[in-house]
Design a protein around this ligand. Structure first.
Ligand code: ARG
Length: 580
C-alpha cells in the first residue's frame, strides 16, 4: 500500500482505539516544515466531539504515535495540530518499493467509463476551444486508465446539423454539375470533390453569412439537411465525401497533439438509433407536441432557473443537437453499458447537458445508477483578455496557434540541433508548451494564453518540465555507462529527503485530480517535484560523490523522479524531445 495511505490507516486505528469516532484521516504535507514533515489537523474537531481539551487529546495521541518506528518525531503545535517527521529508513523503503516493478500507482476498483471529448465540427474550423476539449479529455482518459478504470474515448464529431446543409448548399451553388446533384444519382461511392479542407473551412462562414440575410437560402439549406438526414442518395454521397476530406485533416492534427480516440463516432451515428428511440419514447408518452415541434419536458419543481424542454423534432421535421445526443446515449447505454459517461465541453454548454441528462434518466434511457457528468471548461483568451483571434480578427485555428508557438520555440532550441531533428524537436516542445499551459489552471477558469510566459524554460511551463526530464535522462545514461548501481540506501540531508517527501504525494494527487476532473493538481505537483529535484541537483554533485551509498541513492532518486515525470507526461499526452 501507498506509504501515506498506510500512515493514515494506522492513525485512524489509533484514534478508534482511543474512542475517537473518526471516518477518515487526512495526512497532508506540513504548512510548517520546521515543525514536521506531514501534519494531521483533525484532532481539534475530534476532541470537541468528545468534549475534551484539544491540546491534551493531541498530546495523548502524539505520545502513542511516538512509539511508531517509522516516525522520527511527533509533536503538537498550536491548538492541536499533530506534526510528524518520518524516519529516513521508512522513506528509503518506500522509495525502493515505488521504484520496483509497476508500483508507482495503486489502482482503484475499476469502473467502465465513456468519455465524450474533442467534439470537432466537420467542415468547420478546428479552433482553440476544440484544443481544450481534446486536451483535457485525453488527459482524463489516460489518468483514469492509470488508476485502473476501463475507459472508452469517443470524439463525437459534429457532423449532422444545419451546418452540413449550409455547406452542401454552397457547394451546390458553386458546382451545380456535380453528379450528386443530378436527379438520377444513385451512387454509394465517395465523390472526387474539387475542394480541399481549406475550401470547406472558407465555405462554412460564407454559407452561414448568406443564411442570415437570405431567407430562401436558409430554407433551402434546411431542406437539404432534412434530405440528407433522410437518406437522400445524392446528399448522403456529398456528405460522405465532405467527411472524408475533413476527417483526413482532423486526424493529422490530433496526431500532432498525441490525441487518440477509440471511437470516431459522430452525431450522424445516432441516426441508426433515432427511430427505435422515438418509438420507445412515444410508447412511454415521454414526447409531447409543442407548437408544431415535439419535445421532452425536463423542468423540475425546485429549479431556480427555467430549464426549457428538450427539442426532439423541430418544426421543419429535422432532428436537433439534443436528439442526436440523446440517441447517442441510447446507443451507449444499450450497447456499452457504462458505469459513467463524461462529457468534456465548453462550460457554456452546461444547460444543454443538464437537459440531456435529465431526459435520459427521466425516460429511463439510461439507468438511474449510471452517472452522467458534465465536465465544463473555460475559455482560452488572448493577451487582451478576449477570445483568441488572428491578427485580422478572425477565429484562431488550432493549426495557426501551433505555428505561432513553434516560431517562438524554435528561437530557444540550441543551434547544434539542425534539419529534420530540429523540426521534430520544435514541434514536440511546442505541443508540450501548449498542452501544459492549457492544463495549468482549474479547467473551469478562463485563462490568458501568454506565449512568452508559457514558453519560458524557467517558469511553471512545459519547457521547464521537458528540460528537467531531458537532463535527468542524460544523467541516468551517464550513470549507466559508468555502471553505477542504484538503490535507496542512505540520505544526506534535507535536499534529498525533501524530494522523497514530494514523491509521497503522487498517489493522492492523481486520485484528487480524477475526482475533480481537473489536471491542475497534477501540473502543480509536477512543477513542485521538479523544482525540488532541481534544488537537490544544484546542491550536490551526483556522479562524482565519493560516498558510494549516497551516490547510489541519488541515482535512484533521479531515476524515481524521471519515472514519475514520464508517467505524468504520458497522462498529459506530452512527449519528451530527443534533445533541447
Ligand atoms: N461539436 C460540439 C461543439 O463544437 C461539441 C460536442 C460536445 N459533445 C456532445 N456530446 N454534445 O460545440
Amino acid at each position: 500500500m501507498n506509504f501515506i495511505k498506510k500512515q493514515e490507516e494506522y492513525i485512524k486505528k489509533v484514534l478508534l482505539e482511543n474512542n475517537y469516532d473518526v471516518e477518515s484521516v487526512g495526512l497532508i504535507p506540513s504548512s510548517r516544515p520546521d515543525l514536521g514533515e506531514y501534519q494531521f489537523n483533525g484532532m481539534m474537531a475530534l476532541a470537541k466531539k468528545n468534549k475534551e481539551n484539544p491540546i491534551a487529546s493531541a498530546n495523548k495521541i502524539a505520545d502513542i504515535l511516538k512509539t511508531n518506528e517509522e516516525y522520527e518525531s511527533v509533536s503538537v503545535a498550536g491548538p492541536g495540530f499533530i506534526n510528524i517527521t518520518f524516519q529516513n529508513n521508512a522513506l528509503l523503503n518506500e522509495a525502493n518499493r515505488l521504484l520496483s516493478n509497476d508500483n508507482l500507482v495503486t489502482k482503484e476498483p475499476s469502473k467502465k467509463i465513456i468519455i465524450d471529448y474533442g467534439g470537432p465540427n466537420v467542415a468547420k474550423i478546428l479552433h482553440v476551444g476544440h484544443l481544450r476539449s481534446a486536451n483535457i479529455g485525453e488527459a482524463l482518459k489516460r489518468l483514469a486508465r492509470k488508476l485502473g478504470h476501463e475507459v472508452i474515448g469517443d470524439i463525437h464529431l459534429g457532423d449532422y446539423g444545419l451546418q452540413m446543409g449550409l455547406v452542401m448548399l454552397e457547394i451546390q451553388t458553386r458546382y451545380p454539375n456535380l453528379s450528386c446533384f443530378q436527379n438520377d444519382f444513385e451512387g454509394n461511392e465517395v465523390l472526387d470533390l474539387p475542394i480541399t479542407n481549406d475550401d470547406l473551412i472558407d465555405i462554412y462562414p460564407i454559407a452561414s453569412g448568406k443564411s442570415k440575410n437570405d431567407q430562401e437560402f436558409l430554407e433551402k439549406a434546411r431542406e437539404i439537411t432534412y434530405l440528407f438526414q433522410n437518406n437522400h442518395k445524392g446528399y448522403k454521397a456529398l456528405w460522405r465525401s465532405i467527411m472524408n476530406i475533413s476527417l483526413a485533416d482532423m486526424k493529422e492534427i490530433y496526431q500532432k497533439l498525441n490525441i487518440e480516440f477509440d471511437l470516431w463516432n459522430g452525431e450522424s451515428d445516432a441516426e441508426t438509433f433515432i427511430p427505435e428511440m422515438l418509438e420507445y419514447l412515444r410508447k412511454e408518452n415521454a414526447i409531447i407536441p409543442s407548437e408544431g415541434a415535439e419535445v421532452i419536458e425536463v423542468k423540475e419543481e425546485n429549479d431556480k432557473l427555467e430549464i426549457p424542454p428538450l427539442l426532439i423534432i423541430k418544426t421543419n421535421k429535422t432532428v436537433s443537437y439534443q436528439t442526436t445526443d440523446l440517441a447517442t446515449l441510447w446507443d451507449r447505454a444499450h450497447n456499452m453499458n457504462p458505469d459513467e459517461v463524461w462529457y468534456v465541453a465548453d462550460k457554456r454548454q452546461e444547460l444543454h447537458f443538464t437537459q440531456i441528462f435529465r431526459a435520459a434518466h427521466k425516460t429511463k434511457i439510461v439507468k438511474e445508477n449510471t452517472k452522467l457528468e458534465f465536465i465544463g471548461f473555460g475559455t482560452m483568451n488572448g493577451l487582451d483578455g478576449r477570445p483568441f483571434k488572428t491578427r485580422d480578427g478572425g477565429v484562431m485555428s488550432l493549426r495557426n496557434l501551433i505555428n505561432e508557438v513553434e516560431k517562438v520555440t524554435d528561437t530557444k532550441i540550441i543551434p547544434s540541433i539542425m534539419g529534420e531533428e530540429r523540426k521534430k524537436v520544435s514541434e514536440t516542445i511546442s505541443v508540450g508548451t501548449l498542452k501544459f499551459a492549457d492544463l495549468l489552471s482549474h479547467r473551469a477558469t478562463d485563462y490568458i494564453f501568454d506565449l512568452e510566459k508559457f514558453s519560458d524554460a524557467n517558469g511553471k511551463t512545459g519547457p521547464f518540465i521537458l528540460y528537467s526530464t531531458v537532463r535527468m535522462r542524460s544523467l541516468l545514461k551517464k550513470a549507466e555507462e559508468e555502471k553505477i548501481q542504484y538503490n535507496f540506501v542512505e540520505l544526506k540531508d534535507k535536499t534529498d529527503k525533501t524530494v522523497i517527501l514530494q514523491v509521497l504525494q503522487l498517489q493522492k494527487v492523481l486520485e484528487k485530480s480524477l475526482q475533480e476532473k481537473s489536471l491542475h493538481e497534477i501540473t502543480d505537483f509536477l512543477y513542485n517535484l521538479n523544482n525540488c529535484y532541481n534544488n537537490f541537483y544544484g546542491m550536490n554533485r551526483i556522479l562524482t560523490e565519493e560516498n558510494e551509498n549516497l551516490k547510489q541513492t541519488w541515482i535512484a532518486l533521479t531515476k524515481l523522479v524521471y519515472e514519475i515525470n514520464l508517467l505524468i507526461l504520458d497522462i498529459l499526452a506530452i512527449k519528451v524531445p530527443t534533445r533541447m
